[in-house]
Ligand binder design. Structure first.
Ligand SMILES: Nc1nc2c(ncn2[C@@H]2O[C@H](COP(=O)(O)OP(=O)(O)OP(=O)(O)O)[C@@H](O)[C@H]2O)c(=O)[nH]1
Ligand SMILES: [K+]
Ligand SMILES: [Mg+2]
Length: 420
């Protein structure tokens, strides 16, 4: 029997089993069995290098966003509109067969947007190009799940299930469970929070299923069996996801309103020139810009950028204006956004040479604030690194925007005076 069949069989057994206190342990064990099989399923077949088929697109820019969705929901249309890179769009399914990268320039940052083939139910088990598509999703910093506003709402659940089956966790943070395998000493089990959804015995059983007999386990929250399995498997990816309901031009305003109110969702239309039911759509479509022929794409971009959690830091050389043209782009989630991370971005020896940093911006309590390496920077901060051998020039005088300096410096001066 193949792995997929074995998973199906266990799923069927779980569906047959009533959920109650007596079956809890058995169900937990079955969950662990499925998780193990799914991990096996993800291992590339022997002798293959994995990937291939034009799916290995080099990472570029300050972050990567993947367009995931059923066929013909408008992923390629959206990529073309947001990036200007043409990706074939057509009314038949599976128009796109590989991964097509485009670049979004937004807020002085570059974001790589990836168009992908449509995926269908069973993608996680290898249907269609599902596995390759999901592998790309896993390598992304944000998933835009594109949904057709006029189609079944069940699509969102089906896709979420497919992504979960391969270890993607959308809009979730990692469970607060400490887990460490040991060589000896048995299992040490501790909790710092009352557990209502799993107990010690069930944890032991799951560990037994994994043939783990020596480990340290500490629950810091009221986690579930699934959370515990995720932590043991250790290969989960926690990624933010925005649900993008496209084609709202073909549904009624009530549906639009309902979809827009769902969590993490945004409603858009790439195609307001087509049969549109809203009176404002024709006015929007009048302008020549492709993004004007659409609805809410500007909001989508802003939302996407916010979710990426990018932190732009502008460096200010001593005695000069900050360089507002090229930010150093950091991320709190990926790589960190402390003064130390900033230094490492600028030059690898800078950390060693730094005496302290002067910081202007929202992360600073006063301007400029003298900060050490551990200080966490925030978006649009200005940083000057003062090196050990140097001294601050000219005391703590104010630096003024030149008349020809970008207006942003003046703006910033209003918000927070850039002294020094
Ligand atoms: N009415 C309407 N049609 C749209 C919209 N966006 C895209 N379409 C149409 O939907 C069809 C499918 O668009 P594609 O961009 O090819 O969709 P896709 O998700 O890339 O499809 P696959 O690559 O086949 O998975 C095309 O005929 C588009 O013109 C929209 O906002 N409204
Ligand atoms: K299509
Ligand atoms: Mg496509």
């Amino acid at each position: 029997m193949g792995i997929v069949e074995r998973i199906k069989e266990i799923e069927a057994e779980m569906a047959r089993t009533q959920k109650n206190k007596a079956t809890e342990y058995h169900l937990g064990q079955l969950k662990a069995k499925i998780a193990k099989l799914r991990t096996q399923l993800l291992e590339p077949p022997k002798g293959s290098s994995g990937g291939g088929d034009g799916f290995e697109v080099t990472k570029y820019g300050h972050g990567r966003v993947a367009l995931i969705g059923f066929p013909s929901v408008g992923k390629s249309t959206l990529l073309t509109m947001l990036t200007g890179t043409h990706s074939e769009a057509a009314s038949y399914e599976f128009t796109t067969l590989t991964c097509i990268p485009g670049i979004i320039r937004y807020n002085d940052t570059k974001i790589q947007l990836l168009d992908l083939p449509g995926i269908i139910e069973g993608a996680s088990e290898g249907k269609g190009r599902g596995r390759q598509v999901i592998a790309v999703a896993k390598s992304s910093d944000l998933v835009l799940m594109v949904l057709d506003a006029s189609k079944s709402e069940g699509h969102r659940q089906i896709l979420t299930k497919e992504l979960e089956a391969v270890g993607l966790r959308l809009n979730k943070r990692p469970p607060q469970i400490y887990f460490k395998k040991k060589k000896s000493g048995g299992i040490s089990f501790n909790t710092t929070a009352p557990l209502t959804r799993i107990d010690e015995k069930l944890c032991y059983q799951i560990l037994h299923e994994y043939k783990i007999h020596n480990a340290e386990v500490l629950f810091r929250e009221d986690a579930t069996v699934d959370d515990f399995i995720d932590v043991i498997e250790g290969n989960r990816r926690y990624i933010k996801c925005v649900y993008v309901y496209n084609k709202i031009d073909v549904v009624g305003i009530d549906d639009v309103d309902r979809l827009a109110r769902q969590p993490n969702s945004i409603v858009i239309s790439c195609n307001l020139k087509a049969s549109s039911c809203f009176s404002w759509s024709s006015r929007m479509a009048e302008a020549g810009n492709p993004i004007q022929h659409s609805l809410n794409l500007d909001r989508l971009l802003a939302r996407m950028w916010d979710e990426m959690g990018l932190v732009r830091v502008y460096s200010k050389p001593q005695g000069q204006q900050p360089d507002f043209d090229e930010p150093f782009v950091l991320s709190a989630d990926r790589g960190g956004c402390t003064v130390e991370d900033f230094c490492n971005h600028v030059h690898r020896t800078l950390v060693k040479d730094m005496k302290y940093a002067l910081v202007w911006g929202t992360s600073a309590r006063h301007y400029p604030q003298h900060c050490g390496l551990a200080h966490r920077l925030e978006d649009e901060d200005v940083v000057q690194i003062v090196k050990k051998k140097e001294t601050e020039e000219g005391g703590r005088g104010r630096f003024k925007a030149h008349s020809n300096a970008p207006a942003r410096i003046a703006d910033r001066e209003k918000k927070a005076p850039l002294k020094q």
